[in-house]
Design a protein. Sequence first.
Length: 167
Amino acid sequence: MRLRSAANLAWQLAALVLIAFAVMGLRPGQVSGYSMRPRIDSDEYVLINALAYRLGTPQRGDIVAFRHERSAPTVYLKRVIGVPGDRISIDRGTVSVNGVPLAEPYVRFGDSRSFAALVVPHDDYYVLGDNRANSDDSRVWGFVTAQDLIGRALFGVWPPAHFGVLM
């Protein structure tokens, strides 16, 4: 009798956790590709807060999930580098925002390319992968629109070695 009630309690707890995720707007996603290495690896599972940008706006440094117009079924994860009104320039791999070089401790695999300066339009975002040497991002296909944002990637959940807050 006790075993049955413990199993029932476990199912109820699991259902409660799933309901809490749904209410908080959390959804799981599996990463495919290496553009966010070393923090997020291919085949890793992350939790995405799908309500984050319905209640607020992306901030520089957020890791966002989005669909890009050129590949509607694919969901990307990239880091926000520029918000509306920012002037972004990249000189031999060094990213500057509004004339100030950006401190990027999360970039371990950089590149030395340069890109012309640009200003991020209203309702758009400039995003880059942390693995600059292996990332298709705003340098290649331009800005991400606010309407294409799915949410903010919050936690790595699997594998256990990558469990934790994404920053």
